[in-house]
Ligand binder design. Structure first.
Ligand code: CO
Length: 202
């Protein structure tokens, strides 16, 4: 079967700043939406990335996909994976997600976005969240997540409201991914904050 790899829309495109519309349950099961999900999956793996929202590929629909493969985590020191609460996540689809807070404690880590190519920044996110929605078969879905999964969920669901991590990042921490790799990728967040003159209020 041929793959569809979408062009990833970049910050500045109007659709990335507009609220997405919910899908009807019968729409979710339509061939068009099933094809869209497959193509988003191919696009996410091609990028590669751990999450993608439909507006990022040109569709103003409340649809996100998440997948964090073990192979993406190779080469990241185990203590940093533990600090982030990052474990492999199987591919999953969430339609019409509604996010609620379980633990509002703020966690600060680097985060990037396929629609802000080449950059990364520290972004505060809630420690634990709950998400209600529907899966790709239009069945109701409930996810309770903490750590990295909670972060990805908040990031992707923000996309459906026209929000980007740039809106809530710690501005002094914005950097190119190349510089992140050169200087900071193996450093704990507290060390990064001290070196960049970031006063942590979290
Ligand atoms: Co993003």
């Amino acid at each position: 079967m041929s793959q569809t790899i979408f062009k990833l829309r970049q910050v500045g495109e109007p659709l990335l700043r507009q609220p997405a519309r919910p899908l009807r349950r019968d729409e979710i099961q339509s061939p068009e939406i099933q094809r869209l999900i497959q193509a988003m999956r191919d696009t996410l793996r091609d990028a590669p990335g751990v999450g993608l929202a439909a507006p990022q590929v040109g569709f103003g629909l409340q649809l996100v996909i998440i997948e964090d493969l073990a192979e993406y985590q190779q080469g990241i020191p185990p203590d940093l994976l533990a600090e982030r609460g990052r474990v492999p996540l199987p591919f999953h689809v969430i339609v019409n997600p509604k996010l609620s807070t379980v633990d509002p404690t703020q966690r600060l880590f680097f985060e990037g976005c396929l629609s802000v190519a080449g950059f990364t920044a520290l972004v505060p996110r809630m420690a634990k969240v709950r998400v209600d929605g529907f899966d790709e078969n239009a069945e109701p879905l409930l996810i309770e997540a903490e750590g990295w999964h909670a972060r990805i969920l908040q990031h992707e669901i923000d996309h459906l409201q026209g929000k980007l991590y740039l809106d809530t990042m710690v501005t002094r921490s914005l950097m190119t991914t190349a510089n992140y790799t050169s200087f900071w990728k193996d450093k704990p967040v507290c060390e990064v904050c001290a070196a960049l003159g970031i006063v942590r209020t979290l």
